[in-house]
Write a protein that binds this ligand. Structure first.
Ligand SMILES: Cc1ncc(COP(=O)(O)O)c(C=O)c1O
Length: 414
């Protein structure tokens, strides 16, 4: 080790940086956090075949930025998406309407950079994706939460918020929605509400940002058309991802947008293209296999959800309340009011159980204070059962909830 004094970067840092990141300390033993997928469901063999085939055939194209397919991404992947979006979401678009990005997080950044300035207002589902909420907070944007019910965003509440903002001379920059398997609540916005949202969007001149990254993971495979597909006036930006249907570590997402937005986002996408190998492999794998891979994946996810719900019922009894989600990888759970899930999160982590505390996933911190989000895709069935038991133990110790442990109840019944 050198004895020279360490260089001090602190005086160089500009104002307004986010708080520094903590060092990575690894995943918890029982990890119910994040949007991770089921490791056993990554189609490894299919991806190996795809990478070999596409590299042999087109590997020389890697010598050119964007594989010489232009800044919107690898053409066969965009062509796959046009067919998939037509079949599944009723979206009529061409490859020219699609931009491949480095995960839908980059899509969110590009939309935000294009449309938002400090002090702007965005209407957002009250319970929502933390990554979207944090981005808006960081940009100094006012994120106004619209309450949800078991069918997603409430249109009466959206209408009231739009009217209220209009009366104050404020035009929100966009309405952000995760309509098809909402994160974290797991609902699907019915077609009638989609139509009503479009009507309100038109009436108030506010575009819609439709984040559809869970749309492939529906238990019964039935989904309403995308809001993008129902719009008649180019007022919707649609974003999607391969993170939830294939694998999040690939970092491949996409945006479908009118050229007016697309051309602005392209001007802001200064990374010289998203990773080409991932795009090539996905196009090669998905064209023949996506349609058979997804139902297999969702069957496995549904089985894990059942294990999680059984474990919660067994360990927490009536203390844990939840609606059965329509698909996806999350369960949104309500515990009794006296449970503070931000505190539970700390205590559980010390015991090796990672959960997402509700207040981080809501604009209404009080409403979400005793709620939590559990990802059931990445832990195994056994980890789900053990992790929920460990969580119940911590929760009972810290908050007296559940009142009795499942073991004591089993002994009492025996
Ligand atoms: C609603 C929503 N949007 C976007 C993302 C970002 O996904 P990715 O960047 O992996 O495509 C996530 C991830 O969990 C999400 O839940």
């Amino acid at each position: 080790m050198s004895t020279a004094a360490r260089f001090d970067f602190a005086p160089l840092l500009p104002a307004g940086l986010p708080a520094p990141a903590a060092r990575w300390t690894g995943l918890a033993k029982y990890s119910f956090v994040g949007g991770n997928n089921d490791p056993d469901q990554v189609p490894v063999d299919g991806l190996v075949d795809a990478v070999t085939a596409v590299l042999r055939r087109e590997g020389r194209a890697l010598a050119t930025y964007n594989l010489a397919h232009g800044p919107q991404g690898y053409l066969p992947l965009r062509e796959f998406l046009t067919k998939k979006l037509k079949r599944d979401a009723a979206i009529d678009c061409s490859a020219d309407d699609i931009l491949i990005v480095s995960g839908s997080l980059q899509a969110l950044d590009l939309v935000n950079q294009t449309l938002l300035a400090r002090g702007d207002t965005v209407l957002i589902e009250q319970e929502t994706y933390q990554g979207s909420l944090n981005r808006l907070t960081r940009l100094g944007v006012n994120a106004v939460g619209i309450p949800l019910d078991d069918q997603g965003m409430r249109m009466d509440a959206l209408a009231a918020a739009l009217a209220d903002h209009k009366s104050r001379g404020i035009t929100p920059k966009y309405i952000y929605t995760i309509p098809t398997v909402q994160n974290p609540t797991g609902s699907i916005l019915p077609e009638t509400r989609r139509a009503e949202m479009l009507r309100l969007s038109q009436q108030y001149g506010v575009p819609i940002l439709e984040d559809d990254c869970y749309a492939d993971l529906i238990w019964n495979g039935q989904r309403p058309p995308a809001i993008y597909a129902m719009a008649r006036n180019n007022s919707v930006i649609h974003i999607g991802s391969f993170s939830k249907s294939i694998a999040p570590a690939l970092r491949v997402g996409f945006i479908v947008a009118p050229w007016e937005m697309m051309s602005r986002m392209l001007a802001l996408k200064t990374d010289a293209g998203s990773g080409a190998l991932e795009q090539m492999v996905l196009a090669e794998y998905c064209a023949p296999h996506f349609a058979t891979h997804v139902p297999k994946l969702t069957r496995g996810l549904r089985a894990k959800l059942d294990t999680l719900m059984e474990a919660l019922n067994e360990q927490f009894g009536t203390s844990a309340e939840f609606e059965v989600p329509a698909g996806g990888i999350f369960l949104w759970v309500k515990l009794p009011d006296n449970v503070d899930t931000l505190k539970l999160y700390q205590a559980a982590l010390a015991a090796g159980v990672a959960i997402n505390p509700g207040p981080e996933w809501s604009t209404n911190k009080a409403h979400a204070g005793s709620r939590l989000r559990l990802c059931f895709a990445s832990p195994s069935h056994q980890q789900i059962r053990e992790g929920v038991a460990a969580l119940a133990e911590v929760c009972r110790r810290e908050f007296g909830v559940p009142a009795r442990s499942a073991n004591v109840e089993k002994q009492a019944r025996a």
